[in-house]
Write a new protein. Structure first.
Length: 391
């Protein structure tokens, strides 16, 4: 492992640059984190904003209303379409339920014909959570309705209400966790794409430079003359390059999780994005090694890293949203692995959890893996050609 250790020694001399870019990454993440904190500063994450308009005002409807509001924040609104629309627009209302005047009577005859009007903000998860909550409540009452042959005696209702309370306790705090999770994975999807810029720059500036130093004719000749096989030397160089990049990526990913929350490790789509970003790491490392064989100028590696890093970051949508990018420029950037990883992050940012197309994400990951394989194959071809030429 002599070549591997020598490569790490060269890397160690340039650890200052790695630390500098990691600090830049932390600065970017902290700015985004503060913006999110300010955005959420007025929102109580333990509650959902719920409005229940009870037109019946019966004991049954009052208990239903109490159940819906339990563990959530009550918003008082009139039964006015414009006012309700304004509440949803300014995000001060998450979910609305309108209980009709004949709620109890209709439920006793046929629960399936209940005219229970509901509305929610553009968050399918919130709507689904409340729909389940409502269905659970009505299903429990329906069992009592069947028990009393579709005619629950009025004097039995208080006792049934008490039993229902016991069944439904503890009530789950709805929407708050969904919102928090939604905010969390969207923040994570944005921050994880920022890693790509640092990986590209450090890939060329540190890995590329160290690799070219190791490929210096004097160093290479000395190792080969000492009896070190070229095949083994190549394997150790590639292993060292990928290992160092993995350690850098691991540090950056840890920083992202610290700022976005380690709960993202429990969210399926966040875990998929981590895998996608790791595949991107492999593809970028392969690209760096390929470019180093095409353009073996170690003195230009730092400049090349910054130029390539900034160019890819601006053309793939890392630093600016793709809405502002020229379509032709965006298509050209698709020749880079970064385009496909950022596409995955952008897809997650634009969709709710239940709307995410995992097939699309896996397809993009496959494209990056194919790119990595092509870059590695071409690198070995170039390396073999140079070996035959005695370079």
């Amino acid at each position: 492992m002599k070549v591997f250790k020598l490569f790490l020694q060269i890397i160690n001399k340039h650890k200052g640059m790695a630390i500098m870019y990691i600090m830049i990454m932390i600065l970017i993440i902290s700015i985004v984190g503060n913006q999110v904190a300010a955005h959420n500063g007025d929102f109580t994450m333990n509650e959902a904003a719920v409005a229940v308009i009870d037109h019946e005002q019966s004991e049954f409807s009052a208990h239903f209303k109490k159940y819906l509001l339990q563990d959530n924040h009550q918003v008082e609104v009139p039964d006015d379409r414009d006012v309700i629309a304004d509440k949803f627009y300014d995000e001060s209302l998450d979910y609305l339920v309108i209980i009709p005047r004949d709620f109890s009577e209709t439920f006793a005859k046929d629960p399936n014909s209940l005219d229970l009007q509901t509305n929610s903000m553009l968050n399918r998860q919130v709507a689904m959570t409340f729909e389940n909550k409502i269905n659970n409540y009505l299903n429990i009452w329906n069992q009592y309705r069947i028990l009393y042959d579709n005619n629950i005696p009025a004097d039995k209702i208080p006792g049934i209400i008490s039993e229902v309370d016991q069944i439904m306790t503890p009530s789950v705090k709805v929407a708050s966790q969904e919102k928090q999770q939604s905010e969390s994975y969207k923040i994570f999807s944005y921050l994880v794409s920022q890693i790509n810029y640092v990986i590209i720059v450090l890939g060329f500036s540190i890995i590329g430079y160290s690799f070219l130093v190791m490929e210096d004719p004097l160093i290479k000749k000395r190792e080969l003359v000492s009896g070190y096989p070229e095949g083994k030397r190549t394997k150790e160089l590639f292993l060292a390059a990928f290992s160092v990049m993995f350690v850098i990526w691991l540090l950056l990913m840890t920083v992202v999780l610290i700022f976005s929350g380690f709960e993202n490790l429990t969210i399926n789509v966040s875990r998929i994005l981590i895998v996608s970003n790791f595949v991107h790491l492999i593809a970028i490392t392969a690209l760096v090694l390929f470019v180093c064989h095409l353009y073996p100028k170690k003195d230009s590696s730092s400049f090349l890293g910054n130029v390539v890093g900034l160019s890819i970051s601006f053309t793939t949508g890392i630093f600016i949203t793709r809405d502002f990018l020229n379509e032709i420029l965006l298509k050209i950037s698709s020749i880079t692995p970064t385009y496909w990883d950022v596409s995955n992050a952008a897809h997650v940012q634009a969709n709710m959890l239940n709307q995410i197309d995992y097939g699309y994400i896996l397809q993009n990951m496959l494209v990056m893996l194919m790119m990595a394989a092509v870059f590695i194959l071409l690198t070995f071809v170039l390396r073999r050609m140079k070996l035959k030429e005695g370079i």
